[in-house]
Design a protein around this ligand. Structure first.
Ligand code: CA
Ligand code: CA
Length: 294
């Protein structure tokens, strides 16, 4: 009897350790935490507008340029590949510790969100949810096989419901513990029920590992999906200042001897053997002096 009680306690204790490892929280990172102006490299895994872009790598940059929309300032966040460009107009709301989404442009297609919705609301943790009302106006919508719709599509009384959950996901950049932030937009578009889901997977350092947009109604259609392709935007420039020098070696030294449980961004484990050691230092050492476009 005693032993079984003890065993039970041990199981509960072990489970509580595991669940606390699983359930991490992302705090409001402030302006710097959005890596403003730092390029991140993603690969396009879905694009209903142009499937030729699938497999292409592109660069996402959060700002630094800002635009004024309806009296409020938003960062002009861009994603560009060889033949495709998109803009996301995102605002940092310091008062409410959130990131707001105002407008999106995929090629010629424009989507206005009025009022702006909370894309991310900090702290983020599994089980957190929020709900907002908004309206959507889509211009120059292209339907595959049909071409461009000549009039703007307006969807009023849109319900935007967000749910946060924990997920471990793999991308070409590595394997990450992530929080999946999933927003379901539901409304009626010219009398037809519409559901659009926007998903963002963030790692513990507030870096987007994967993002997609999918229509589940009126029909299932993955509009767009990008996945993080590299943990270091420029391979040997670990502090992202455009040059490989002593500062990059110092970044590796900070983690020297450590075995990494997950991929870090930037990643000091240059040869991806899960251990930060001399061979990682050597790899950066052989590229000293190299410069990258900022
Ligand atoms: Ca550097
Ligand atoms: Ca290594």
């Amino acid at each position: 009897m005693r032993i079984s009680k003890f065993t039970l306690l041990l199981i509960v204790f072990t489970l509580s350790i595991f669940s606390s490892l699983e359930a991490f929280e992302i705090q409001f990172p402030g302006e710097n935490g959005f890596f403003i102006g730092k390029p991140m490299i993603y690969v396009i895994t879905a694009n209903s507008n142009d499937d030729k872009t699938i497999g292409q790598e592109g660069t996402f940059v959060f700002g630094p340029d800002k635009v004024n929309i309806g009296g409020a300032e938003y960062y002009d966040c861009t994603f560009g590949s060889e033949s495709n460009g998109s803009h996301f107009y995102l605002g940092i709301d310091y008062a409410n510790k959130s990131l707001t989404q105002k407008s999106i442009k995929f090629g010629q297609t424009k989507l206005e969100i009025n009022p702006a919705v909370s894309l991310l609301k900090y702290p983020l943790f599994p089980g957190q949810k929020w709900s907002e009302k908004t309206s959507l106006v889509a211009e120059n919508v292209v339907i595959p096989g049909l071409g461009m719709i000549p009039t703007a599509l307006r969807v009023d009384n849109v319900k935007a419901e967000t749910l946060v959950s924990a997920q471990v996901i793999s991308s070409p950049a590595g394997t990450f513990n992530t929080l999946l932030v999933e927003t379901t937009y539901t409304g009626n578009m010219i009398g037809i029920p519409m559901t659009l889901i926007q998903r963002t997977w963030l790692n513990e350092d507030n870096v987007v590992i994967k993002r997609n947009f999918e229509f589940t109604k009126p029909s299932k259609l993955m509009l767009y999906e990008i996945v993080l392709s590299k943990p270091n935007p420029n391979p040997y420039d670990l502090n992202w200042d455009g040059i490989v020098n002593i500062l990059d070696l110092m970044y590796i030294a900070k983690f020297f001897g450590k075995s990494l449980q997950r991929t870090m961004i930037p990643n000091p484990d240059m040869d991806n053997n899960s251990l930060v050691d001399l061979s990682d230092l050597r790899l950066v050492g052989t590229h000293l002096g190299e410069t990258y476009k900022k």
